[in-house]
Design a binder for this molecule. Sequence first.
Ligand code: PLP
Length: 376
Amino acid sequence: MKLFDVYPLNDIVIDKALGSRVWDDKGQEYLDIYGGHAVISIGHTHPHYVKRVEDQLHKVGFYSNSVKIPLQVQLAEKLGVVSGREDYNLFLCNSGAEANENALKLASFYNGRKTVIAFSKSFHGRTSLAVAVTDNPNIVAPVNQTNNVVFLPFNDATSLQQYFDAHGNDIAAVIIEGIQGVGGINVASETFLQLIRSLCDQYNAVFIADAVQCGYGRTGKFYSQDFSGVDADVYTMAKGMGNGFPVAGIAIAPKLKAKHFMLGTTFGGNHLACAAALSVLEIIEQDNLMQNAAAVGEYLITELKKLPNINEVRGRGLMIGIDLPLELKDVKKNLLFKHHIFTGESKPNVIRLLPALNFSKADADVFLSAISKELQ
Ligand SMILES: Cc1ncc(COP(=O)(O)O)c(C=O)c1O
């Protein structure tokens, strides 16, 4: 059997990783400012993470959600504290798409409605409903097409207000990334998020904050939507939650009530996943990683804005987009193959920085020196 060829691959094999460094099978060292797509939150092979997952593996790796799993309760309590949402409830699952899928189902169960508002350039995953609210027709299969989803322009208060004025009582949910990741690092404005909150309140629609990429402390706040000062009804999270262990979740406001069997999963919230997720939160708290993300992110953004030949630098904390003129679209490739630095991208011309939350100022300087050479 061969692999189903869906990923264009760099000809690199990573076989060792530590902190913000990875090494290939020939011993070449790379600086990792991509984190495998915002996944590595506390650094590769963090000793506390390795120990906690290893210890758990020796005790019990998995048992189903038909028994009590105290680690889930501990994780919910810790997440409540670190995210400042102690009164929310946690449903655990396995991926960002699954988190959004469940959040949308929950919204529709709650108010009995079908219409979901999503925004231009959104990305919410590849499963059925998640891909239906994703603004990319190329990855929507005919079976995923639905009239239940309406796409409105991102950050456009007038069109959102008008849509609610006309159809408010049909709207099940509004789903929005606090900072669009795949769409090119576009920050949702605070006033737009506040408007979503007030319209959802007025019409009893559910405000779903997709924090899969922009959440988990990456921006300096636990959820990037927190900059707006309003709460969402449901927060979806994945990527950084397990530092590479597949674990995801949705944090649910108390007004949305659980019923047995309304949501479910075989693997979600298993013992190993909880051990991984708890170790991540412990390190985020103990090492003040949100503060570090804010400080190093601000430094990077300030310094990047001084460089020539950049259209725009966008983002917050350690979620940064460098929007380059189209003729500089090879910069990302050069960073990887000439300077041995992994970065992300939003095609065709935005470089995405998504490093671990303990990314250091010294490593930021290594990157700044490399990219400034490429931009001369
Ligand atoms: C904002 C956002 N939501 C959802 C997803 C889907 O997550 P997953 O690939 O874990 O299903 C992604 C993945 O990139 C994402 O960036």
